[in-house]
Write a new protein. Structure first.
Length: 150
């Protein structure tokens, strides 16, 4: 199972539609659960602490946690697919965490099994969910030796 924990709600219909589409495509390969948490940060450490506690409520002890961090390891799509495939063999629950605009609390980063970065660039958090789901879908296509556009 793939779980994506993210801060903030999707407001734009076109992004919600894209997320729904990728979740539908992924049903062929795995169950996907997107957990949207309220964005509480206003640039204070106590607000980041609140987000941390909310995130932790949705992480199971057995989950393999991949945090999305600007300083994480960058992978190609093929390397990402290999990472997903290897992880699923050992642990069937992969949880991705997308923090809010202030990033992730240090305790969440410490809980991470693998810090991942898609780029040194900054992406809108709502759009990034679509990008992540697309890359997860692409990974399953690669794992299953199925064609997918480049």
């Amino acid at each position: 199972m793939i779980k994506i924990i993210c801060i903030g709600k999707i407001k734009e219909k076109y992004l919600a539609d894209a997320i729904k589409d990728y979740k539908k495509r992924l049903k062929k390969y795995t169950k996907v659960n997107v957990v949207e948490l309220e964005n509480v940060t206003k640039n204070s450490s106590s607000d980041l602490e609140k987000e941390k506690k909310e995130i932790q409520k949705h992480i199971d002890k057995k989950d393999y946690v991949i945090t999305l961090e600007i300083d994480g390891k960058e992978l190609t799509s093929i390397e990402f697919a290999k990472k997903i495939e290897e992880t699923i063999m050992i642990n069937s629950n992969i949880t991705f965490i997308i923090g809010g605009s202030d990033g992730l609390h240090e305790d969440i980063k410490k809980r991470s099994n693998f810090p991942l970065s898609f780029s040194k660039m900054t992406f809108p958090h709502q759009l990034f969910r679509v990008i992540l789901l697309e890359q997860i879908y692409r990974a399953f296509k690669i794992i299953n030796n199925e064609t997918y556009h480049k």
